[in-house]
Design a protein around this ligand. Structure first.
Ligand SMILES: [Zn+2]
Ligand SMILES: [Zn+2]
Length: 304
């Protein structure tokens, strides 16, 4: 068993730890990020850097402006995989650091093999499966990109349904341990839009069915709060629907810099409890808390 005992058992984030060292749109070094995780009182901190995109057309505008190319993304990611293991070993007595990554569904043809290959090559402890693109267009970046994605789907309702269909497909293809920010499509959708139409609800149901079938944990992601959505991902209705189906949650601070590490976790715990969810699933490393031990899953009470 893990010998680390500080902090309550539920104080675990399985999505986040992006750092400016390895991610163009994050800040700080990975070491500073892990220091912040120790200071935040996390028992386990799962680091899930973004998988590199392998085609020039998939680079973000901000990356292009800074002269990034696919080689740079690949090099940074390989360096990340080595550094996160090194730091996991170094910090083993203070915090359990899990070495993971956040998978992408681009390119649409071939992402499955590419992501599974990354997983194999770096022997990551776990994977966060996320959908950031619909029709290969980013939906959580600029409003301009989001509008282009809506247009390519033929409307907002169709985009939302397509988003959930992709989540369902991704879960079956990658079987990730954690599914990232389940209703990310809300981020750029107009606040007045109806996102509860029968078509969208049906597609969301398919995503939830896939999560249940493949035993995925849903990321209760506090970035939703920071992005002015008024609360974490997922929204209350979707959260309750998942909980009714018996699908477990974990916390994810989705930190993109040391100052965001631990942000919103206490509120997220209260949010789960308010909605009748009294436990979370965490990943625990067996044996010494450094890299190498098996990672297993455990359900822990939120009331302890
Ligand atoms: Zn990011
Ligand atoms: Zn994400």
């Amino acid at each position: 068993m893990n010998s680390k005992t500080t902090g309550p058992e539920w104080k675990v984030s399985l999505h986040g730890g992006h750092s400016g060292e390895f991610c163009e749109h994050a800040r700080g070094s990975l070491r500073e990020t892990i220091e912040a995780a120790v200071a935040a009182g996390y028992r386990t901190f799962g680091v899930s850097e973004h998988a590199p995109r392998r085609e020039e057309r998939l680079l973000y505008a901000s990356e292009r402006e800074k002269g990034y190319d696919v080689e740079r993304l690949k090099r940074d990611f390989d360096a990340y995989a080595a550094e996160v293991r090194r730091l996991a070993a170094e910090y083993a007595g203070r915090i359990t650091v899990l070495c993971g990554f956040e998978a992408e569904v681009v390119p649409a043809a071939g992402y499955r093999d590419a992501m599974l290959e990354l997983q194999r090559r770096h022997a990551f402890d776990y994977m966060v499966g996320s959908v950031h693109h619909v029709h290969e267009i980013p939906i959580d970046g600029t409003k301009q990109d989001f509008d282009a994605a809506v247009e390519s789907c033929g409307g907002l309702e169709a985009l939302c349904a397509a988003y959930y269909e992709l989540v369902a497909e991704m879960i079956a293809a990658l079987q990730p341990q954690v599914v990232g920010h389940l209703d990310l499509h809300r981020r750029n959708a107009p606040h007045t839009a109806d996102l509860q139409t029968p078509e969208i609800r049906k597609a969301a149901g398919r995503a939830l069915e896939a999560a249940r079938e493949y035993g995925a944990i849903l990321d209760l992601n506090t970035a939703g709060r920071r992005k002015r959505l008024g609360g974490p991902y997922p929204a209350p209705r979707l959260l309750r629907r998942a909980a009714e189906m018996g699908i477990p949650f974990c916390f994810g601070d989705d930190s993109h810099g040391p100052s965001e590490v631990g942000a919103g976790i206490d509120e997220a715990r209260a949010y789960l409890l308010e909605n009748g969810v009294t436990s979370v699933d965490v990943l625990v490393r067996s044996g010494p808390s450094g890299p190498g031990g098996d990672v297993f899953r455990k359900t822990v009470s939120l009331q302890a």
